[in-house]
Design a protein. Structure first.
Length: 66
């Protein structure tokens, strides 16, 4: 069975994206490495153009976890 390398998730905010990834991986924040790929961008005055935040979350190996 191939070990999961990472998961990329989008959310309205960075924290929301991280939370979604932690739920998907069934891991706690201390057991993962988090890389912010892009922060959310709001559309001007509610206009189109808003972009979600995107994060890459990788499970830590047992060696990294100790």
């Amino acid at each position: 069975m191939k070990k999961l390398q990472y998961i990329e998730i989008e959310g309205n905010t960075v924290e929301e994206a991280i939370s979604k990834a932690l739920v998907a991986l069934k891991l706690s924040r201390k057991n993962v490495k988090i890389q912010i790929l892009s922060e959310e961008k709001k559309g001007l005055f509610g206009m189109p153009g808003a972009k979600p935040a995107k994060v890459r979350v990788s499970p830590l190996s047992s060696k990294e976890n100790t």
